[in-house]
Design a protein around this ligand. Structure first.
Ligand code: SF4
Ligand code: SF4
Length: 325
């Protein structure tokens, strides 16, 4: 939703709520403010646990959750299960290869991508370009993606990626290939921190000089998500902490997800759909694709039953995007 139309929508909702008080209407308003209004989206986590262990990512939380929860024991997505889950994912759904770990770490990554390509799903990826060698090489062969985000190592070792010869070679080839294929506004070359790792920076500079990379694609970020209150106070980074205040009795506020994530869950290797990419505790599971359709899960019946629209949904209270009107 574009900013202007969203502002207009919020004003209209405020006006209606001034005259009409209705819980049902509030749930309806909360739902429309909490989605992106285009197509449903789905993020995919192909393996639980990410080897990159970035300082700005709560990987230890996800690992400790897994240890305590037998249901989450399936840590690696298999091809057979993947096809089974996708029987419940409409082909209009936009697929994001991101989630809670690096997608190139799964040995079936290529099969997943090719399978969805034959079924005409729109696919986007965010990758560090570090994973299995064949998957790294595949990134300079596949035309499956509508956009590619290269999330690359920094100069302060916040991302624990060993920058070696093979990595640099595959990264350069993938950059050359994908930047040659896609318009520059569908390529994002991102680093969290002050700058790219010096050897990565050399490659980027070389490809800028050769006019393969556009400077517009570069994004050096000093802002990080709190990941639902799990990451904060990191030196030199900005975050937007949520100072959520308990709702007083009679307070008539309407709550919604200003990050528009109620139609962008994260699929786990066992087929569970977790609420969103901000919840690394994995406590927000809304259902499983083995026996339920994504369309049904995105009705978000559970969280609204637990009071999401009135600010009562505990899981979101530490998240900077749990917003009230
Ligand atoms: S930010 Fe991405 S690459 Fe870094 S540890 Fe988390 S999932 Fe892995
Ligand atoms: S945790 Fe945050 S981003 Fe996720 S659904 Fe809740 S409010 Fe939205």
């Amino acid at each position: 939703m574009k900013n202007l139309s969203k502002k207009l929508l919020i004003k209209t909702i405020q006006l209606i709520r001034f005259f009409i008080k209705s819980k049902k209407l509030d749930i309806f308003f909360s739902k429309i403010l909490s989605i992106k209004f285009k197509k449903n989206r789905l993020e995919i986590t192909t393996t639980i646990g990410c080897a990159l262990m970035c300082d700005y990512c709560p990987q230890t939380l996800i690992k400790s959750t897994i240890k305590k929860n037998e249901n989450l024991d399936e840590r690696i997505m298999t091809y057979e299960n993947f096809k089974l889950y996708f029987e419940n994912v409409p082909d209009k759904t936009v697929i994001h290869w991101s989630g809670y770990s690096e997608p190139l770490g799964n040995k079936n990554f290529k099969e997943f991508i090719n399978y969805l390509q034959t079924k005409n799903y729109e696919q986007h990826i965010s990758t560090t370009m570090f994973g299995r060698k064949d998957n790294e090489e595949f990134m300079s062969q596949t035309k499956a993606f509508k956009s590619v985000t290269f999330h690359l190592p920094d100069d302060s070792n916040l991302m624990k990626l060993k920058v070696g010869e093979q990595y640099l070679r595959n990264l350069e080839q993938a950059l050359r290939f994908q930047c040659g294929l896609l318009p520059s506004n569908d390529i994002y070359i991102v680093v969290f921190g002050k700058n790219f790792h010096p050897q990565v920076e050399n490659i980027i500079q070389k490809l800028i000089n050769e006019k393969i990379i556009s400077k517009k694609s570069l994004d050096i970020r000093d802002h990080i998500h709190t990941r639902n209150g799990e990451v904060s106070n990191m030196d030199k980074f900005r975050t937007d902490e949520n100072n959520f205040k308990e709702i007083k009795k009679g307070e008539n506020k309407l709550y919604y997800c200003s990050y528009g994530r109620l139609d962008q869950g994260v699929m786990l290797p066992n087929g569970d759909i977790n609420l969103c990419c901000q919840d690394y505790s994995l406590k927000g599971v809304i259902g499983n694709l083995k026996n339920e359709s994504l369309i049904k899960l995105y009705k978000q019946e559970y969280i609204y039953k637990k009071g999401f629209a009135s600010g009562q949904y505990n899981l979101c209270k530490k998240c900077e995007y749990y917003t009230s009107l």
